[in-house]
Design a binder for this molecule. Structure first.
Ligand code: HEC
Ligand code: HEC
Length: 210
């Protein structure tokens, strides 16, 4: 009997020693929806890989502080300590571009080589903006092909299309806070449903296998 309890004591001691650091519990919780590699597990869940760390941190804080509202995120972000938020932001920003649609990367495009008249609607908005409404090209801030520009301009390339559409509409209806510089509100308001669909489709498919 003594032997068994001693054995159990050693066992519990060793499990204490090899237990994961607490931070990894956070990633396990997030991975239920965002995957361990930062790929959303289903439609509407954003891919987090290679998003700028400062951008991710600001968004998680916004969910925690109820300025950005989403039922799935509220449940996990409420009362998250700063250290865990920083850890999760660092972890996901470092995950490689691993989505199946990004195995073969096309060359980054600035589109100086193409006339706007030769572009489909989504590509045209991405590279020329909407001149009639004085809206700048999306790539001016989000980088060529929408790769994202640290610290605060998120990657749009390879992002889930449904998610992108939802975000642009959320700014239209004031359901997402204006964010850094507050620029996205007027941009989203100026876009029609057709334009939102087209530009979301364009960026979601950047990095798609050709
Ligand atoms: C139950 C599913 C679920 C879990 C678990 C979850 N998320 Fe999310 N997350 C979502 C959904 C859905 C969205 C999109 C919200 C929206 O549409 O505005 C999101 C959005 C985000 C965003 C915003 C991305 C962007 O591009 O702006 C970040 C950052 C994020 N989650 C981080 C995390 C972290 C960190 C954890 C773990 C602590 C986590 N999530 C756990 C479902 C989840
Ligand atoms: C002047 C700079 C600027 C321009 C131009 C711009 N954006 Fe943004 N965009 C931002 C910033 C800054 C954010 C982050 C907002 C935040 O902090 O919540 C953002 C965020 C976004 C997001 C949310 C991404 C996510 O992961 O949740 C989408 C979608 C988006 N922009 C689409 C567009 C589209 C489409 C265009 C072109 C029509 C565009 N943006 C033009 C600065 C810009």
């Amino acid at each position: 009997m003594k032997k068994i309890s001693f054995f159990l004591f050693i066992l519990s001691l060793s499990s204490l020693v090899i237990a994961q650091p607490k931070h990894d519990d956070i990633i396990n919780a997030c991975s239920a929806c965002h995957g361990l590699d930062g790929n959303g597990i289903s439609e509407g869940i954003p891919n987090l890989w290679q998003q700028p760390e400062a951008y991710l941190k600001a968004q998680i804080e916004a969910f925690r502080d109820y300025t950005r509202i989403n039922p799935s995120m509220d449940a996990v972000s409420h009362e998250l300590p700063d250290a865990d938020i920083l850890y999760a932001a660092q972890y996901y920003s470092k995950q490689p571009d691993s989505s199946s649609r990004s195995k073969e990367q096309p060359q980054l495009q600035w589109r100086g080589d193409k006339w706007p008249g030769d572009m489909m609607l989504g590509e045209k908005i991405a590279y020329t903006g909407k001149i009639s409404d004085k809206i700048q090209a999306c790539v001016a801030c989000h980088g060529p092909s929408g790769i994202g520009v640290a610290p605060f301009f998120p990657r749009l390339k390879g992002q889930d299309k449904t998610y992108l559409i939802k975000q642009l509409n959320a700014w239209k209806t004031a359901d997402r806070p204006p964010g850094v510089m507050g620029v996205m509100v007027s941009i989203a308001v100026s876009l029609t449903d057709e334009e939102i669909n087209a530009v979301a489709d364009y960026f979601a498919n950047q990095g798609e296998k050709k």
